[in-house]
Design a binder for this molecule. Sequence first.
Ligand code: NAD
Ligand code: UDP
Length: 319
Amino acid sequence: MKRVLVTGAAGFLGSHLCDRFIKEGFYVIGMDNLITGNMENIEHLMPLENFEFYHQDVSKYVHIPGNLDYILHFASPASPIDYLKIPIQTLKVGSLGTHNLLGLARAKNARMLIASTSEVYGDPLVHPQTEEYYGNVNPIGPRGVYDEAKRFQEAMTMAYHTFHGLETRIVRIFNTYGPRMRLNDGRVLPAFIGQALRGEDLTVFGDGSQTRSFCYVDDQVEGIFRLLMSDYPYPVNIGNPDEITIAQFAEEIISLTGTSQKVIYKPLPKDDPMQRKPDITKAREILGWEPKVGRSEGLKITYDYFKSLSIEKLHKKEH
Ligand code: NAD
Ligand code: UDP
């Protein structure tokens, strides 16, 4: 049985990855310090014989007994609200955490995949974003703690590949959504759906003309799985190129939820990227991958998930 370590296992993407590897017949070791994650996301896996969980901060020393075939490093605060609240931990998990896990991968002779992000392109001056674009990041701006940690993570990972011959993979993930996102993590989709469910107005930041391209979680997991199993060591964008303005997105959520609330406008956060859309030519050509789930289908599944949450969770404020 192949053994895989998933860091950030109790988070949104990490928990879906654990599910996928269990389904594929792997022995899965989840690791998380629960700083933004939730054990409820993996409680269904806890009784399984081929799953175990370590409550551990990967920015500190990481030790796993036994052999490992794969490591997927997904631990990191991921929403702007989270990484603004815990900036130093964000920098540490991208840098020290990545270094620890690369060392572990080397010791175990495991293949390591890191979760990078479209944020390495910053507020992009090239549209859509190809992997060749170097980005436009403000290192000392509020988002710098996340963006630069991820850029360092890529550099460190490539260095281990080049100098130590470690097998590495780099996925640049574009905005991904689905069940198990935290309702109050501040990201736009849970923010809008939460507001609609609570009967509040939907808060669009800026004039709503900024764009994003939303990928459903099952598509994202499929892309990551294919990249891990490929032999391609350079960054690959995984995301859905179907681009939409945030104002249009708010209208879609209003019609999906049937809320009678309206849109209100709030100031645009500093350094908020104005346009974002992945060029997925590489993913298509190298992995034979493209997204299958359209936004209307994915949003409906996600809305049903949020509707099923308790009233208590719906009204829990984190910021
Ligand atoms: P999430 O907040 O739901 O999950 C992150 C998990 O990492 C949480 O469970 C958290 O407790 C854990 N964690 C954080 N710091 C840790 C540490 N030092 N030690 C151990 N565990 C730690 O976020 P997510 O959306 O699932 O994102 C997962 C990964 O994917 C992140 O690395 C993120 O940067 C990347 N990513 C996600 C998206 C997206 O749209 N969801 C886009 C780009 C990149
Ligand atoms: N946004 C918004 N209202 C909200 C939350 C976010 O208009 O309540 C905007 C935000 O300014 C950004 C976009 O939605 O332009 C996506 O934000 P998110 O935090 O989901 O992710 P990002 O892609 O910026 O990391």
